[in-house]
Design a protein around this ligand. Structure first.
Ligand SMILES: [Zn+2]
Length: 185
């Protein structure tokens, strides 16, 4: 149920319109980075949305509970994060579509001729940016129990750090021939 996250721009641009408060709990799937994901896909938004000139500004907070795996001991870790958000929505210039500082702003969406601000996109981006990438169960986590999990450590996950070279793809053999020093020339 994310319908409440789309706010008609016409409402915000009314003369003397006060910023609109959007408080909602939305279920947004796919909010996951590695083995860290949002509990129940549940995202709590508390936004104020208002017109500023021709732009629409959305500011507020996004809250989620997350669950992941400790990067050292691989035990489950839980946490809560609150992301502060302030984003600008801007209509595309019809004369110069694709131009301008599109990278810093969100586009306004059009649905059956009605312009909309879609807060779901902002909430998703904020959560994905704020989720911890490799959480620890605690600063003092001593890593895997060496008795139970010998030789398992974070280094294993990092390519290029291992002592064992992976088996080579036979297709690279052709490159080796090309690289052979002292060719006939
Ligand atoms: Zn741990």
């Amino acid at each position: 149920m994310t319908g409440g996250l789309r706010v008609p721009v016409a409402l915000l641009r009314r003369r003397d319109a006060a910023p609109r408060v959007v408080r909602a709990t939305a279920v947004l799937d796919g909010l996951r980075i590695g083995n860290v994901g949002v509990d129940g896909d549940e995202v709590v938004l508390d936004f104020e949305v208002g017109a500023s000139g021709t732009d629409i500004v959305a500011s507020g907070t996004v809250d989620v509970d997350w669950t992941g795996e400790c990067r050292r001991c691989l035990e489950p870790v839980n946490g809560h994060l609150r992301a502060e958000v302030r984003e600008v929505f801007r209509a595309e210039d019809p004369l110069w579509p694709g131009e301008g500082d599109a990278g810093d702003t969100y586009p306004l969406e059009s649905d059956a001729g009605e312009l909309l601000v879609d807060l779901e996109v902002v909430a998703r981006d904020a959560v994905l940016l704020a989720l911890p990438i490799s959480p620890l169960c605690g600063e003092d986590c001593s890593g895997p129990d060496p008795e139970r999990f010998p030789a398992v450590s974070e280094e294993v996950a990092e390519p290029g750090d291992g002592a064992v070279e992976p088996e080579r793809d036979p297709r690279w053999a052709a490159l080796d021939v090309l690289r052979e020093p002292g060719d006939d020339g």
